[in-house]
Structures are given as C-alpha cells and as structure tokens.
Design a protein around this ligand. Structure first.
Ligand SMILES: Cc1ncc(COP(=O)(O)O)c(C=O)c1O
Length: 405
C-alpha cells in the first residue's frame, strides 16, 4: 500500500489537532484531480514530499520547491518556444535576470564589453558589484559599429553585453555581426532583449548566446508583476544558468509565473496593437514644430532604420523624442500637461507613460548630445487619436513655457 493510502487508514485514530494539520492532503489534492484544466495548476510549495526514501536524493525529479515546480516549468517551456531556446530560467525581476546572466558567464579577472546604452542598473551592477568581484567593464557607444566593438576584444574579454535598441536613446547595434565576430574569438554575447520581447527580435537565431528579458514589461503587460528570464540555445550554458539559480538561491513565485504565462498567450496581439499605434503617434510627432528629433527606429529616415528593417519583424509602443531647445521649465510643462500619458518609469503595460530621460544619459561613454530635452513615451492600448490629442496639449504647454521665458 502507498504511503498516502496507509495514512488515510490511520486518520481516524489521530487526535483532532493532527487531523486539522493534515486535513485535505491527499495525492489527488496535491497533483490535481482527474479534471484537466486548460492552464497548469499553481503549486504553492517550498516542501516537496517524496514517495519513498530512495527518492529523497534523486536527480530526475524535484525534491524542493525553490527552483520551481509545474507552473514555473510551463512558463520556461513557453519561453523556450518564444525565444527558440533549449533552456530558459526565471528570475524575480528583469534586473535579477541581467545580473544572473552576467554572473553565470564571468569570473574574477575577466573583462566584459558593455553597451553604454544599456539600462542604467545594468551598468551600475557592472561598475559596482562586478568590479568588487574583480571583473573589468569597458563601455562602447550604443551606435558603435560591429568592427569598433570587436576591435575592443582583448585577451581578458569573456563576454559582450548588448542592448538594442538602447535604453532611452534607441540606437541599434548590428547584433548578428557582433555575435558572429565574438563567437569566432570565443567570446560570449548577451543581450537585454526586453524591447524585442522574443516576438519582434529573436536574438538566439542571430547568434547571440544569452537572451535576457524583463518579463515585467510586454510579456506580463499588466504593470503588476516583476519577473525576468534568460534563454539559451547551448545546453551546457543552460546547466550553468541552473547552477547559478541554485547557488544564489533565487526563486520565483508560482502565482507570478501563472500571471506571466496567462499574459504571454496574447503577447503577439498586444505588441501588434502597441506597434501600430506607436507608429501613428510617432509619425504625427515627427512633423510637429516643437519636436527636434524622433528616436524611433521604425520611422523611415530615422538613424538605424535599415538595421531595424533587416533584423526586426515589427515595432512596439516604446520610442523617444527630443524637444526643440527651450527653457528648463519647458520639458516639465510638457510632461505636467499630459493626462492620458501618466508619468512613470516602466513600460510594456496597457497604459501610456511618459518620462524625461536626460538625467539617465549623462554618462560620458554614451556620447549623447542634444540641445533639447529627451523624452521617452510608451504608447499603450488606448486609441491613438486620443493620445495625439493629449500630446498636443503637452506641446502647447511647452510652447507657452517657451514664450514665458
Ligand atoms: C531595458 C530594460 N531592461 C531591464 C529592465 C529591468 O526590469 P525589472 O524592472 O523587471 O527589473 C528594465 C526596466 O525598466 C528595462 O527597461
């Protein structure tokens, strides 16, 4: 008789308190009843119970909940599908996925080349934590050519970290050329692919070794959950990633995984709508007299449009713009007049958001120069004509502030 069968027979002899502690725990309750739901059951478990003593130290089944159970495995499988990967691992935020990927491939004494256009916390981790652990970071401009990036490789270089388009300023890199050149020199490439989201750009198919996403953004789409992923094609890299998960003790909640998996099903549909609306809004902005420059690779004539057309299958809701030079108060007047666009730092959700970007792009290696204020917009799922009306209100406020100055 199975362990749980024996327990069932004994239940009647237990005291009330023991019966309460074990009330409702049967194999059926743990594993799901015969009725099959469309979605995976959410197993909220730190403890995993094993059927017999021999299974306690087995390697072919979960023995503890920290690395994830059913719903985590379902989400990882879905991400493998999305990214064309053989293994994907989950992390508690996009930032955690970035740091985990870097820690997986770097050791003391190594050198890493990083795009100066990478998300600011990525660079902070490199300059702080990685430096403390003896890893040297050198930056290249986000618009550097593949030849310029590859020429920086020296005897210590183990990895190149890309982000394309760059955070806030949206320069593109020639990812396939950098990945191929790096591979020829036994250097690994990593990319923060949050913008491409695995739908608009599939880095592993372009030769990149580790594709990282902040699932917090488009994959989740609800602005209510943090999660990150790292996907790889090389099974050995997958094993190294899993080892990082175990060694660092990172865990991801099954409820959050369920939320992200639920949203992932509609990711391509949402991205198509975000992209179409963003293009309409960006085309309108491009011809407004208050706008000096658009930072939107999908716009014909914009810098790096040719690379975007070659490598990407579409655009999303996130782009930037530079206002004409104005008084310091002008940029704030623009933002403060917006009503549909809320002011907030994230993106990828259903809602439209705006932020000013200048305080984040002052690092000298970035080479960013513009006379006017840098703005980042996220075009949500609202109707584009309503968003255009809101932006007109913001631009009018900017003009009024310029006249007052
Ligand atoms: C490009 C990019 N990568 C990574 C992250 C980090 O994601 P998370 O907030 O989930 O840590 C962000 C967040 O804004 C981001 O914009």
């Amino acid at each position: 008789m199975s362990r749980s069968g024996q327990l069932d027979d004994e239940r009647a002899s237990w005291s009330a308190v023991t019966r309460l502690v074990h009330a409702g725990d049967s194999d059926e309750a743990r594993l799901g009843f015969a009725a099959r739901s469309v979605n995976p059951p959410v197993q909220r478990a730190s403890t995993v119970v094993l059927p017999d003593a021999a299974s306690l130290y087995g390697n072919d089944h979960p023995t503890y909940g920290r690395a994830g159970l059913g719903v985590q495995a379902s989400l990882e499988a879905a991400l493998c599908e999305l990214e064309g990967a053989v293994a994907a691992k989950l992390f508690s935020s996009g930032a955690a996925a970035i740091t985990a990927a870097l820690m997986t491939v770097l050791s003391a004494g190594d050198d890493v080349l990083v795009s100066a256009g990478a998300y600011a916390p990525t660079r902070r981790f490199c300059d702080g934590m990685l430096a403390r652990f003896g890893v040297r970071t050198r930056y290249f401009a986000p618009s550097a050519s593949s030849a310029e990036v590859l020429a920086m490789i020296d005897g210590r270089t183990r990895a190149i970290f890309l982000e394309s388009p760059a955070s806030l300023t949206f320069e593109l890199q020639d990812v396939p050329a950098i990945a191929a050149g790096a591979r020829a020199r036994s250097v690994l490439t990593l990319i923060d692919n949050t913008w491409g989201a695995g739908v608009l750009f599939r880095p592993l198919e372009h030769g990149v070794d580790l594709s990282i996403q902040a699932l917090t953004k488009y994959a989740s789409g609800g602005s209510d959950v943090f999660m990150g992923s790292v996907a790889v094609r090389d099974p050995k890299l997958g094993e190294r990633l899993l080892q990082t998960v175990w060694d660092t003790g990172w865990a991801v909640s099954p409820d959050d995984c369920y939320t992200v998996l639920r949203s992932l099903r509609t990711l391509p549909l949402r991205l198509a709508r975000h992209g179409a609306s963003a293009l309409e809004v960006a085309q309108w902005l491009a011809v407004q007299p208050e706008v000096a420059q658009m930072l939107c690779p999908a716009l014909p004539g914009s810098p790096h449009h040719a690379l975007w057309t070659r490598d990407f299958t579409g655009t999303n809701g996130l782009f930037g713009l530079v206002l004409k030079p104005g008084p310091p108060r002008g940029a704030d007047a623009f933002l403060d007049a917006l009503q549909l666009f809320m002011l907030g730092f994230s993106w990828g959700g259903f809602e439209s958001l705006a932020v000013s970007g200048d305080p984040q792009v002052r690092n000298p290696s970035r080479g960013w120069r513009a006379d006017g204020a840098l703005m980042r917009l996220h075009v949500g799922l609202e109707a584009p004509q309503d968003l255009i009306g809101d932006l007109r209100r913001g631009l009018d406020a900017f003009t009024a502030a310029c006249h007052q100055a």
